[in-house]
Write a protein that binds this ligand. Structure first.
Ligand SMILES: C[S@@+](CC[C@H](N)C(=O)[O-])C[C@H]1O[C@@H](n2cnc3c(N)ncnc32)[C@H](O)[C@@H]1O
Length: 271
């Protein structure tokens, strides 16, 4: 598996700032505002500007709340969050999860560790700084898992940038963990997996903006939800699709509601 180049890493890691800024602006999810305030205080205000034309903020709230709902409802005490960025999941799940492991590229991982330690000095989180597409990262993740506790693995705003080769690599590593420990892999549905939505001008604009910002060309390569389901099944997962929760704090229009109606998340289990 080809690891990310330095230029790819630099571009993609900045995609983490605006998502938490959107949660801070539109929702009451604890800690988002404090995290964004710290970024602003460090003179990085331009990284957390949210412009409605280039984001779909209700989808960010949707995936955030769905992940936490699945983890709480399943009582998962052990979690791996891939491409965690600045999300405050570890802080907000501290009553449920005793072994929280998150991975992101070096710069984001270091920044996150510093901010969370300032906000909750007593919270223990394992921060793995590394490329998710590097097998050394998976050796480290495996070494942090505790036996006898099922694992919830999830990635928000991360798989949308993946190629088929990268998903296969993830599928192999995640499948091995679920076979050994039990648990599930939650995959958010997103407009990337609905090429039929690209006819909507706002969605087309969003795709172009995100491709430019992340400098990642996979994002604009269409893949259908059916093809993605088939990929997971071919990798040996049992696939369940679930309807998204549509009660959100973030405002959305009637057109957005139609987009929401097309989405169904994926829950993957080992056979
Ligand atoms: C769009 S952001 C999403 C962040 C967060 N999950 C959220 O929803 O706000 C994508 C995150 O994935 C991280 N990322 C992208 N490619 C990665 C890789 N190969 N290895 C580790 N982290 C990666 C980026 O640094 C960034 O923090």
């Amino acid at each position: 598996m080809k690891p990310l180049t330095q230029a790819e890493k630099e571009a993609i890691q900045y995609t983490a700032y605006r998502t938490v800024a959107a949660l801070a602006k539109n929702t009451s999810i604890p800690y988002c505002r404090e995290i964004i305030q710290r970024i602003v205080d460090e003179n990085k205000a331009e990284l957390v500007e949210t412009k409605s034309y280039s984001s779909l903020p209700y989808l960010i709230e949707l995936r955030y709340k769905t992940s936490e709902h699945i983890i709480r409802e399943g009582g998962y005490q052990q979690v791996i969050e891939l491409g965690a960025g600045l999300t405050p999941h570890a802080l907000n799940l501290k009553q449920t999860v005793t072994n929280y492991i998150e991975v992101d590229l070096e710069e984001n991982s270091r920044l996150k560790r510093r901010i969370v330690q300032e906000l909750e000095p007593s919270l223990t989180v394992h921060y793995v700084a590394g490329d998710v597409f590097d097998s050394h990262t998976w050796s480290r993740l495996n070494s942090l898992l505790k036996p006898g506790m099922p694992v919830a693995i999830f990635a928000e705003g991360f798989l949308i940038y993946s190629s088929q080769e990268q998903r296969r690599f993830l599928g192999e590593n995640i499948g091995a963990i679920l076979a050994e420990h039990d648990g599930l892999f939650f995959v958010e549905d997103a407009v990337r997996f609905h090429p039929e939505l690209q006819g909507i001008p706002k969605i087309k604009q969003f795709t172009i903006a995100l491709t430019n910002r992340s400098k990642n060309t996979n994002y604009s390569e269409p893949i259908t939800q059916e093809a993605l389901t088939q990929e997971w099944q071919d990798m040996g997962f049992i696939v369940k699709r679930i309807e998204p929760e549509k009660k959100l704090e973030t405002a959305y229009s009637a057109e957005d509601e139609q987009i929401l109606d097309t989405l169904k998340h994926w829950l993957l289990f080992a056979r």
